[in-house]
Design a protein around this ligand. Sequence first.
Ligand SMILES: [Zn+2]
Length: 426
Amino acid sequence: MTDINSDVRSILIKNVQLNGKETSIYIEGNTITEIGGPKLEADTVISGTGQAAIPALINTHTHAAMTLFRGYADDLELFDWLSKKIWPLEHKLTPDDVYWGTRLACLEMIKTGTTCFNDMYWHMTSAARAVEDSGIRGVISGVVFDNFDPEKGEKEFKRCVNDIKELRDNTGPRVIASFGPHAVYTVSNELLEKLTKHAQEHDMLIHIHLAETEKENLDYIEREGGRPVEKLAELGFFGANVICAHGVWLNEKDIRTLAEFDVKISHNPTSNMKLAIGSAIPYEQLTAAGLTVSLGTDGCASNNNLDMFESMKVATLLQKFHTNQQTVMPAHEVFEMATINGARSLRLDAGEVAEGKLADLLLVDLKHPSMVPNHDLISNLVYSANGSIVRTTICNGKILMLDRKVEGEEEVIEKCQEHAARLVND
Ligand SMILES: [Zn+2]
């Protein structure tokens, strides 16, 4: 197994299927430098026989450390679930809990073919350290709330800016700091304006929950006298750097406004269905308006896994079911949502296996029963497979999983069991 922190190295993947043809892929440093070239040697040579190379998946909305709450509270009414189960546990979370919870999330992602995620959670510097140590990529934001209290808003803003500075000082290029204002029902317009200004000055991404439930829109209209999208546009909040998780309860005017600012939408179908938010994302209207729609899992309390293969299937089934159309969100589109659209949303030169792109890719098992026969690889990936078909995961030119083995996985499992038990029992 290779050291994920070592710098210069090369990988040659031989006899691998790529876009329906057998070829070789050469990786130098963190980049795919040659496909089908003459090279026969490298620091590491991998046989791709019986496997296909595909871009690694990108999860554009999660709360990684919530892996610790997996299966702790399901099937409850939303407010009971949050107030009686999730919030009391979150209140007890230590930085160390978040570190190990995020390590578990990274491990699960590596094992199911995701190499980059967009995170929003507490103790962002611990989450960042976990990303750094696991070898994957993370866009990490610390969740920000002020609950409409200006004093709290001021404190939260300072804490956030300090955390971002600490994160930048202590992590490498795989970790990207962003802002995570929670939602319009927990963050005041004043704090949103302040965050927006800082994000623009520092060219940062912003990650927010938006239009997840109808109630959030109705409450906002009552409080502010207008729809959230309209008011946020007036505040100058929107831009191509803003990723909105959910975007379910949007009307035509909202969609036009979001498209005007090139806002990015992260669709979280499994969470939307589990939390019974009452509708499906208006996918056709969003794409017709030219918006980039990517895919997320949301946190493990509302999913309960981070398997993006499963989310691809659920996304397309939900659209078909909701619109009563068999043709909506075809397999190749949902695969693009989970790869290239995710890369575009997070401003990464990835999401494709092509020369010059970041070496974030997977080798998937074409002999796995769920992948046979192989009439159409993308169809199999979306409708038949799950994360267990991934044999090898490469991120930033480093092999994080080879033949389903990840270095240090036993320790992560053990530590997470301890941390989860302490949270529940203390
Ligand atoms: Zn969320």
